[in-house]
Design a protein around this ligand. Structure first.
Ligand code: ZN
Length: 212
């Protein structure tokens, strides 16, 4: 190879390196932007749930008066609300929102026990969150919906059994509102956290077949 050939070869190799470096920088930037977008979407969903739980905590405050056992439950509920808020603030990846919803699931269960105690009703058995919207809190029974057995809150179970549509939680995806199980990877951690204590349980066996 003559001198000119060597110079040309070096130039081609150098240009190739610049092109590769630029495209990998671009890919890294795009991946970070996509992750930030997904985190913002999932944070919005988790924030709505933490706020909904906060409203419930405020309503429960009066129930804890003059009953030490109820007061203990109320302390647990408020501690779990604080932990959920903290986890929400600390989440840096969309998947980390699973910690928030796992705490919320436990919190809603403690809140249901407190409400039952205050009403003088028997303690409810622990059940997975309502499939149609885990933010509704613990389910009361399973219902058949679209050929699946899914846990449902009392209100959604009554709607489904009456032939009406349940109140399905929708989320934002590509500027549209879709059921959360069609929300894509942004919401995977958020949804998974609600059911992480129920993995392998027969009550949620049919849910595992969906894309939650
Ligand atoms: Zn429900």
């Amino acid at each position: 190879m003559d001198y000119l050939g060597v110079v040309l070869l070096v130039a081609v190799v150098a240009i190739a390196f610049v092109v590769i470096a630029r495209s990998s920088v671009g890919q890294g930037r795009r991946a970070r932007a996509e992750q930030a977008r997904q985190l913002a979407l999932a944070t919005r969903a988790a924030e709505a749930d933490v706020n909904g739980f906060g409203d419930e905590v405020s309503r429960l405050a009066v129930l804890a008066d003059d009953d030490p056992a109820a007061a203990d439950l109320y302390d647990l509920v408020t501690a779990l609300h604080s932990r959920a808020l903290e986890s929400l603030r600390e989440a840096r990846q969309p998947d980390e929102l699973c910690q928030v919803t796992e705490i919320l699931e436990e919190g809603r269960w403690a809140a249901a026990r407190l409400a039952a105690r205050a009403a003088g009703e028997p303690m409810p058995s622990r059940r997975p969150p309502c499939f149609f919207n885990p933010g509704h809190g613990p389910s009361t029974r399973n219902v058949t919906w679209e050929h699946r057995s899914v846990p449902a809150c009392a209100a959604d179970a009554a709607r489904v059994e009456a032939g009406a549509d349940p109140y399905i939680r929708t989320v934002e995806r590509d500027d549209m509102r879709v059921p959360y199980w069609e929300g894509g990877p942004a919401y995977a951690g958020w949804a998974r956290g609600y059911y992480s204590s129920w993995r392998g349980n027969r009550l949620v066996a049919d849910i595992a077949l969906t894309k939650v």
